[in-house]
Design a protein around this ligand. Structure first.
Ligand SMILES: Nc1nc2c(ncn2[C@@H]2O[C@H](COP(=O)(O)OP(=O)(O)OP(=O)(O)O)[C@@H](O)[C@H]2O)c(=O)[nH]1
Length: 195
């Protein structure tokens, strides 16, 4: 009883870890957030930039849609509105949206290399694998292609950050288990990034 009261008090004063979930429109960011933290509370925002915030007692989720990600002229916006030192960044892509990929990959690579995200762990989720599996002959993104186009290996080597990439489905919580373990580890057992 005393311990849970103490845990409650300390979590009230603790600064929540910030997790950025970003990606193109309708790729499944909210669905993924709902799998990670179904009871997180929505915090209404006054300003736009397609940002939504949800909080639990120890994590603040910042969800960003495509609007600002496509073009590096929005760099001042990323720099101002993205958390400065997020505990983890989760890029959610629709694995079936190959057409969109050609347009957004450069913007996303630049964003990952921005000062805000360059040194934080990056998890890429190729979401909606259930649809891709039902239509195996339709074009779909591969782990290798996304990894290469985003230069994830180079990013990891340069900044010493952790990165991972998985195909998942927000409709199948089992497929998300390794990804969620990874996020937990980033938040609760962080490895300091190289300067
Ligand atoms: N089949 C399938 N549908 C999914 C999956 N994930 C999300 N969806 C659906 O895709 C649509 C968009 O999902 P959201 O979670 O709202 O996507 P979002 O990226 O938060 O959307 P915006 O905030 O509008 O950019 C919804 O109809 C979801 O039910 C998935 O893994 N499989």
């Amino acid at each position: 009883m005393l311990k849970s009261l103490w845990d409650g008090i300390t979590s009230y004063f603790r600064t929540p870890a910030e997790v950025v979930i970003f990606g193109p429109l309708a790729s499944g960011k909210k669905a993924i957030k709902d799998c990670i933290a179904p009871h997180a509370r929505y915090v209404p925002q006054n300003e736009g930039y397609n940002q939504s915030i949800y909080v639990t007692s120890d994590i603040k989720f910042v969800l960003w849609s495509q609007y600002c990600l496509l073009n590096s002229r929005f760099k001042p916006v990323w720099e101002e509105y993205l958390p400065k030192t997020p505990a983890a960044a989760i890029l959610v892509l629709d694995v079936t949206d190959v057409e969109m990929w050609g347009t957004i990959k450069v913007g996303l690579r630049n964003l990952l290399q921005s000062d805000n995200l360059r040194q934080c762990p990056v998890l890429v989720l190729l979401n909606k694998e259930d649809i891709a599996d039902e239509n195996p002959n339709d074009p779909q993104l591969t782990v290798e292609r996304v990894q290469t186009d985003l230069d994830l290996v180079a990013l990891r080597r340069r900044a010493g950050v952790r990165s991972a990439i998985w195909r998942v489905s927000a409709r199948s919580p089992e497929s998300l288990k390794p990804a969620l373990d990874w996020v937990n580890e980033c938040i609760y057992a962080p490895v300091p990034a190289r300067q």
